[in-house]
Design a protein around this ligand. Structure first.
Ligand SMILES: Cc1cc2nc3c(=O)[nH]c(=O)nc-3n(C[C@H](O)[C@H](O)[C@H](O)COP(=O)(O)OP(=O)(O)OC[C@H]3O[C@@H](n4cnc5c(N)ncnc54)[C@H](O)[C@@H]3O)c2cc1C
Length: 269
């Protein structure tokens, strides 16, 4: 429960309201984590919130978080200047099953800030590119200005990731797809594959994506989704993040969709 002090060593503005921060421990070793895990990140005096780790899980790099400023704590984290100390607890939660799905085609589906928790998985898949079949990223944002990691999308494509991007609306200068993410699933040609899907984004987007995947023959037992719920402790004690009989901080945030389906069918659970 005691936060470790991490200093902001670098920061970059991704979009109007989203920043990527690199953090270095003030003492001790780098944080070991698996793609999909999160930390409880605090700006002292402002609050503590769950934030997924968006950096590379292999190697000796800093702890990386991509944060959208939506309220008190996230605003303070995004405003922290280089040198400021933030609190870090974790890593917590169940990770993306990147090793278990070796040999399969993998379709990564992200909406908005949902690309941040998926970035470590994408980097891990590309680091062992030869162990997987087709690798696809289907990514949707509200507008071209709100897309994350745009400089990296091209690099990932060169490394063997089939990247498709769509936005809800755009000006005439945008030459890419316009429309919702599930439409990209229909264009992806998954029908004859044994694909596994990794999903993160707004819940409504994930529900429609799951329907589109099922139509393409990818059933809920081959779909993994990262869930968001209000979290306070991060370690399965407080019960705030309960989802059915599970606690998202401990049993998630990554779930197999078929595990979740019965609980998501209950309104407002
Ligand atoms: C496992 C997990 C991983 C997450 N990873 C990331 C991440 O990588 N990057 C990131 O930017 N955010 C992430 N979030 C969401 C982040 O935790 C919330 O945005 C944060 O808790 C909001 O706190 P606040 O004090 O800034 O805002 P508050 O003052 O609590 O709320 C401000 C506004 O945001 C809304 N809000 C509050 N919590 C959420 C939420 N969980 N989802 C959507 N809207 C919310 C409120 O309804 C309110 O309108 C993650 C959440 C979870 C559970």
């Amino acid at each position: 429960m005691v936060p470790a002090p991490f200093a902001v060593s670098a920061k970059r503005q991704d979009t109007a309201d989203t920043w990527t921060l690199e953090l270095q421990p003030r003492a001790g070793a780098r944080l070991d984590f698996a793609p999909g895990q999160f930390t409880m990140l605090s700006a002292f005096g402002a609050g503590e919130v769950p934030i997924s780790i968006s950096g590379e899980s292999d190697g000796e790099g800093p702890l990386v978080h991509t944060v959208r400023a939506v309220g008190l704590a996230t605003q303070a984290i995004c405003e922290a200047p280089v040198g400021e100390v933030l609190g870090v607890r974790g890593p917590f939660g169940r990770a993306w099953p990147v090793a278990e799905i070796e040999g399969a085609d993998v379709v990564v589906v992200a909406g908005g800030i949902g690309l941040a928790p998926l970035r470590p998985a994408i980097l891990a898949l590309l680091a062992r590119r030869e162990r997987y079949g087709r690798l696809l990223l289907l990514y949707g944002g509200r507008s071209p200005e709100q897309l994350l990691y745009t400089d990296e999308l091209e690099r990932w494509a060169q490394q063997g990731l089939e990247v498709s991007v769509t936005v809800d609306s755009a000006g005439p200068e945008w030459l890419g797809h316009v429309g919702v993410v599930p439409r990209l699933v229909h264009r992806a040609g998954l029908e004859r594959s044994d694909a596994v899907a990794l999903l993160c984004g707004p819940e409504v987007m994930m529900r429609f994506t799951v329907t589109a995947l099922a139509q393409a023959g990818v059933g809920g037992e081959r779909v993994y989704a990262s869930m968001e719920r209000n979290m306070q402790c991060g370690i399965g004690h407080c019960g705030h993040c309960q989802l059915g009989p599970t606690l998202v901080c401990r049993d998630g945030p990554v779930y197999r969709w078929s595990e979740l389906e019965p609980w998501l069918a209950i309104r407002e659970l």
